[in-house]
Design a binder for this molecule. Structure first.
Ligand SMILES: [Zn+2]
Length: 295
């Protein structure tokens, strides 16, 4: 859920270190009985490889990396979602791995997108999201995490602030977009997306402990709604970014009235119907409950 600027370089350094220590990234999986297809091809781990069961500094020391969730239905669902999300943006899959920690299950209540092209998804957040909000919540979280991959790949967002707020808001927008697109999750009923979002933002790293970092809950709702609205159009990642901030910043400070959508002017007429609504979501004039009633 987070794309932490300050630790990007550090994460890169750690990844480089663990690569050299383990020789091969796949060694991390080789000690896991669950990843049989992977382990079958690899040597039995020695002491050196065992130390690589430590995922990285973002996870507990007893956490292990796996290629599967606890059953094949869940694993297949997430892998299929990963393929659908990436292909929506014309990309091949990033490396999706799952993090389990049998001795401290709740420590895996997180999902992280790395600049090295990997997404690590915790067992605990997956299970809780599915139990409380259904498959759509995990699809939304995964799409948000993949949004960070798009940011790494295309050097987005084009808007910068001193915190990661634009990154997080845009990732929420990418998720809303994916959930609506016909070749994505294909949910045209916004109420289901809004309900999923209300759950997603209440769990794990979605908790808005720092409004400057993730944006306030109303700002995030507005971002999801905007992504959903842009889902009316087929956009590439760069065009999504342009339009997201064109309208988002415009809503925030009113500049959209003075600006000109020079990239996708055909979107303007459609979006103009929603600018007042987006602003009201953002200010909280449209409450969390009313948000769920939007069409
Ligand atoms: Zn995030």
């Amino acid at each position: 859920m987070k794309r932490n600027f300050k630790f990007c370089l550090l994460a890169g350094a750690i990844a480089a270190f663990s690569l050299s220590a383990c020789r091969d990234d796949k060694m991390e999986e080789s000690i896991l009985p669950e990843s049989q297809s992977a382990s079958a091809k690899l040597e039995q781990p020695g002491d050196l490889e065992k130390s690589c069961s430590y995922v990285d500094q973002y996870w507990s020391s007893s956490a292990v990396l796996k290629t599967t969730l606890s059953n094949s239905t869940d694993t297949n669902f997430m892998n299929a979602q990963m393929t659908k999300i990436a292909s929506l943006w014309g990309r091949s899959n990033p490396t999706l791995r799952f993090v389990d920690d049998p001795s401290n299950f709740n420590s895996t209540y997180n999902a992280i997108s790395y600049s090295t092209g990997k997404i690590y998804y915790g067992y605990a957040i997956y299970a809780d999201a599915k139990n409380k909000g259904g498959d759509i919540v995990n699809a939304m979280i995964l799409a948000h995490e993949y949004g960070h991959q798009l940011q790494y790949i295309f050097n987005l967002p084009t808007v910068n602030e001193s915190t990661a707020r634009p990154n997080e808001l845009e990732a929420d927008g990418f998720a809303g977009y994916y959930l609506r697109r016909p070749n994505g999750y294909n949910k045209t009923n916004f109420a289901e997306i809004a309900a999923a979002y209300e759950f997603a933002q209440s769990i794990g790293d979605y908790q808005t402990t720092s409004a400057n970092h993730h944006g306030t809950p109303p700002q995030r709702r507005s971002a999801v709604r905007l992504g959903f609205l842009l889902g009316q159009y087929d956009l590439n990642a760069a065009n999504f970014d342009y339009n997201f901030f064109y309208y988002y910043q415009g809503v925030l400070n009113g500049t959209y009235k003075m600006g000109k959508n020079s990239v996708n002017p055909e979107i303007d007429a459609y979006m103009s119907q929603y600018m007042d609504e987006l602003r009201k979501i953002q200010t909280g004039e449209i409450s969390a409950e009313e948000f769920k009633q939007l069409k």
